[in-house]
Design a protein around this ligand. Sequence first.
Ligand code: MN
Length: 504
Amino acid sequence: MKVRIFDTTLRDGEQTLGVSLSPDQKLSIAKKLDELGVDAIEAGFPVISDGEFKGVQLITAEGLSAEIVGLTRTIKKDFDTAIDAGLTSIHTFIATSDIHLEYKLKMTREQVLEKAIEAVEYGKSRGVKVEFSAEDATRTDREFLKKVFGEVAKAGADRIDIPDTVGYSTPEYMAEITRDAVIASKLPVSVHCHNDFGLAVANALSGIHAGAECAHVTINGIGERAGNASLEEFSMALQCLPYEQKYETNIKSKLIYDTSRFISKIIGIKVQPNKAIVGDNAFGHESGIHTHGVLSNPLTYEPISPELVGQKRRLRVGKHAGIHGMNAMLAEFGVKPTNEQSEKILEKVKVLGDQGKQITDVELLSIASEILGEKGIKRIVQLTGFSVSTGIGTMPYAFVKLTIDGEEFTGTDHGVGPVDAAFNAIQKITGKVSEIRIKDYALASISGGSGALCEVTISVEDAQGNRVSAKSVGEDIVTTSVQAVIDGINHIMLKKMLKEKQVS
Ligand code: MN
């Protein structure tokens, strides 16, 4: 059975606290979603602002393959604005639960039903497709909900949607009211599930098994409060879990990871590492037992292959490490220690692991080279001099002195702040030796007070697109930032050098 994917990243997802997108950003996300293969894109709520209208207009004008949908209340002006924005498909909603009727709408059930019917009829008279949502459906009186769905169907609605607006449904109840909705409306049914109890995907799947044909989902599960059902979890569960009924979607699963990161970057919300399917740890292994298993057959500790969703298997070593996994990581760089050397390297790894450190491949190589007697892996780039000046009425300015393979370089530059100025100065110098760019920068304070420790995480990328991240902890924000960048640059150069060595 084919399940329709209705993506609402640009509507419910944009209602995530702290998220607001420009029209151009909305368009770039819509294009990405279209490439991913979603069937419908809810582009926005055109009546709320000029920018929102413009964003929806840009998307409808783009000629994408996905059906473009816009949200409206059951108000004529909302429909007119949506149609003016180029929409031919509308998702209209009105609340049906007593709590919304009494405290928000101040309307009776009869009045709400009348509004719903009028809106559907108006939409149809304007020649657009109409999907009707009974907001807060899962807390609505069950008999009244059936009546509403039956009546809007008679009024000409093309589809109906069951929103679990506050994530209050159980999978069992979602199945029951989905069956009700199918019987009452005889229309294609969608489910719109929220994640307040972490059940959004389970509820959406349950709706599908009970006869719904479509789910409203968002990339990375973003959305109001705890978010919506996540597209990647929902679509992969349908495709991969051992259901008797076979399900398919039009999602090109290999693009999932890339789409997740693209959207995370634009909206500025990070994906938690343990997020299913798209988290950085979703296919990561550290413990010796797991790593050993995965290396002999990935199916031992991975339900699906990471490549299926455009992900990578990530092996890490730390205090749970075993010799097999560690040797596999080293072998990737052509480093093959003897048994005795392996044990020594592992011992060092475990000491660091016990100190709470996660050891990256570059650090592992560095430990290995100490043990293998290659006189340690030298720091290719060393920070030998550094100063910044900043203040009000003066442009932040930085001076940096680096030693690269024994040769000294100096660089100066301005920036929007002292960290930016320092990075610009570093890039001026490193740009001469290899094209390394700073891609990400994150600063967090570890403890309170003005003497707090800060933690800087950066990622750098070389011309071939290889990315490495580095972390540094210190008391001075600017110096710590610079140190993290220098570490990142060293890591990437070292990785490259070892890879080249392996090839030759
Ligand atoms: Mn919602």
